[in-house]
Design a protein around this ligand. Structure first.
Ligand code: ADP
Ligand code: GLC
Length: 468
C-alpha cells in the first residue's frame, strides 16, 4: 500500500510545532509495518536540511495559477535518511521561503503547493493508494482530485484528512477562486462554508475519512469547532479520533545527544538532578527549589497569556517557593511582559525564541511541565516531559485529558479544569507539596518514564483506517 502524506511541516526538515513531529515520525513507523510504503511530500523551504542533504530532481514542469505561470520542481532526498521517501516541491518565488507560515499571500502559497503536488502526480502517472492530508493547508486536495479535470488520473484515490488544529481553517474569499485549478463549477458548494472558501470544511466534506489527533479532541469538535460543529456532526460516520504517538528514537533520554546528562530508569533521579543543576546554573535559578517549565507558542490556545500573571502572582503568593522557566515566542505583548518579569524576579527565567536543543534540556531538567491550554488537540509536550521523567500539569482538555491522569485518580500527573491564573497557581501549590515528599516525587518521575506513547499502536490504527 502506497501512502503519500501531504504536509507543510516535517521534522527535522522544517518545524513550527507538533505537526512537524507527527509527519516526521508517523510514516517512519508505518514503514515498519509489512506491505506499507509511506512517503512525505512538503514544500521546499530555504532551510539548512536542504543544504546538508542531496536531492534528485524528479520532476520539472509548470502550473497556471490564475494569470501566473509557476515553475514546479519536485526533488527527492537521495538516501531516505528519515525512514521514508521525502519529496520537496519547489515553486520559485512562492514556496522557497525561510518559514512555512507568516506571509501575506499564504492562500496563494498553499493553493500552489496543492496544485503543484497533484500536477506532478498526474503528469508522472503516480497513483498512490492513499493521499493523507494534514491540516487545512492540504485540505483542498480531496476536492481537487475528484472535481478538477486536470487531475482526472487521480480520481478515486482514497483520501484521509487529519485535523491537527481546528482553530486554523485557512478561510479565504471567493475572489481567490480564479487561482484554483479549473473545477466543475456546480460543485462549488463543497468549497463553501458560510460564504467563504473554507479548506478545512472542504476536507471534512470531501475526504473519505477524517481524523482528529485524539478522541478527546474529536468529541470537543462536535460541540465547539469555530463554526464547523454542525458539519462534523453531519459527517460523524467518517470521523475518527487517533491519538498521536512520539518518536521514541528521537525522544530517548538514554541517547538524546541534546542532553548534558543522559539517563534511564536506573539512574534517572541522580541524572535529572545534574541536568537541573546545569540548567539552573545557566539561567541563575536556585536548583534547590522545584522547577516548573512552560514550552510553546505564545498563543491563547496554549494559555500562554496566563503565564505572566502565573509568574508574578505565583511567586508572590508562595513567597518564592518555586522556580519557573519559559521557552517560547509569539504574541509580542506576552513576550514583553515576560521579559520585564525576567528582570524583576530571580525565580523566573525566560528564553524567547525557538530552540530545539533547549526544549530537550528543559524536558530533562524540570520537575513539572505546565500546559494551561485552552485548546489542545493532542499535545506532545506532556508526552515528551513524561518520557523524560517530568511531571505534567495540564488543563483537562482534548488530548491532554486522554494522556495525563491526576495522581488523585491513580495517574502520574496533575489536572485542573479551568484555564485561569488561580487554577494554575493552585496546581503549582499542589505540585510544591508533592515535591516536598521525596519518595512520592521519585515514584512519580519513574512512573511517568514508564508510560508507553510510542507510535506503533497509532500507526496501525491509521493503516486499519486506510484499509477500511
Ligand atoms: P503545537 O503543535 O500546537 O505547537 P504540540 O504540543 O503538538 O503543540 O507540539 C509542540 C512542539 O513544538 C513540541 O515538539 C515542542 O517541544 C516544540 N516547541 C514549541 N515551542 C518551542 C520552542 N520555543 N523551542 C523549541 N521547541 C518548541
Ligand atoms: C497541533 C495541535 C497539537 C498537536 C499537534 C500535532 O499543532 O495544536 O495539540 O499535538 O498539532 O498533532
Amino acid at each position: 500500500m502506497i501512502i503519500f502524506h501531504l504536509s507543510t511541516e516535517c521534522y527535522p526538515v522544517a518545524k513550527v510545532g507538533g505537526l512537524a513531529d507527527v509527519v516526521g515520525a508517523l510514516p517512519k513507523y508505518q514503514n515498519k509495518i509489512k506491505g506499507i510504503d509511506a512517503k512525505v511530500v512538503m514544500p521546499w523551504y530555504n532551510k539548512s536540511f536542504i543544504y546538508d542533504h542531496e536531492f534528485d530532481i524528479v520532476f520539472d514542469g509548470f502550473i497556471h495559477q490564475g494569470p501566473t505561470m509557476l515553475q514546479v520542481q519536485v526533488m527527492k532526498e537521495k538516501t531516505d535518511v528519515l525512514g521514508f521517501e521525502l519529496y520537496l516541491v519547489k515553486i520559485p518565488g512562492l514556496l522557497d521561503r525561510e518559514n512555512p507560515y507568516g506571509y501575506q499571500d499564504e492562500s496563494f502559497q498553499f493553493l500552489a503547493f496543492q496544485h503543484g503536488v497533484l500536477h506532478w502526480l498526474s503528469a508522472m502517472q503516480i497513483r498512490p493508494d492513499v493521499l493523507h492530508c494534514h491540516d487545512y493547508h492540504t485540505g483542498l486536495v480531496p476536492f481537487m482530485i475528484e472535481h478538477c479535470p486536470e487531475f482526472s488520473f487521480l480520481k478515486g484515490v482514497k483520501t484521509v484528512g487529519t485535523i491537527h488544529n481546528g482553530e486554523y481553517q485557512g478561510v479565504m474569499g471567493w475572489n481567490m477562486i480564479s487561482y484554483m485549478p479549473a473545477f466543475d463549477t456546480w460543485k462549488w458548494g463543497l468549497l463553501d462554508w458560510e460564504g467563504l472558501i473554507n479548506p478545512l470544511a472542504c476536507m471534512i466534506k470531501c475526504s473519505h475519512a477524517f481524523t482528529a489527533v485524539s478522541q478527546g479532541y474529536l468529541e470537543e469538535l462536535f460541540i465547539s469547532f469555530r463554526g464547523l460543529e454542525g458539519l462534523v456532526r453531519n459527517e460523524y460516520q467518517k470521523a475518527y479520533g487517533i491519538i498521536n504517538g512520539i518518536d521514541t528514537e528521537v525522544w530517548n533520554p538514554e541517547t538524546d545527544p541534546m542532553l548534558d546528562y543522559n539517563f534511564s530508569q536506573e539512574n534517572a533521579i541522580e541524572q535529572k538532578k545534574k541536568n537541573k543543576e546545569k540548567l539552573c546554573g545557566e539561567y541563575q535559578l536556585n536548583p534547590e527549589l522545584p522547577l516548573f517549565a512552560f514550552i510553546g507558542r505564545f498563543a491563547t490556545e496554549k494559555g500562554a497569556d496566563l503565564m505572566p500573571d502565573v509568574v508574578w502572582r505565583g511567586i508572590q503568593q508562595t513567597q518564592g517557593m518555586f522556580n519557573i522557566m519559559v521557552l517560547g515566542s509569539g504574541n509580542a505583548y506576552i513576550e514583553n511582559r515576560l521579559r520585564e518579569l525576567d528582570h524583576i524576579y530571580t525565580n523566573f527565567a525566560v528564553d524567547l525564541g525557538y530552540k530545539e536543543y533547549l526544549s530537550h534540556k528543559i524536558y530533562a531538567s524540570a520537575d513539572f511541565l505546565l500546559m494551561p491550554s485552552r485548546v489542545e488537540p493532542c499535545g506532545l509536550n506532556q508526552m515528551y516531559s513524561m518520557r523524560y521523567g517530568t511531571v505534567p500539569i495540564v488543563r483537562y482538555t482534548g488530548g491532554l485529558k486522554d494522556t495525563v491522569q491526576d495522581i488523585s485518580t491513580g495517574g502520574a500527573g496533575l489536572n485542573f479544569t479551568y484555564p485561569g491564573v488561580d487554577d494554575v497557581i493552585h496546581a503549582i501549590q499542589r505540585a510544591i507539596n508533592i515535591y516536598r515528599q521525596k519518595e512520592l516525587m521519585e515514584n512519580l518521575i519513574l512512573s511517568n518514564m514508564k508510560f508507553d506513547f510510542s507510535w506503533e499502536k497509532s500507526a496501525e490504527k491509521y493503516i486499519d483506517l486506510y484499509k477500511k
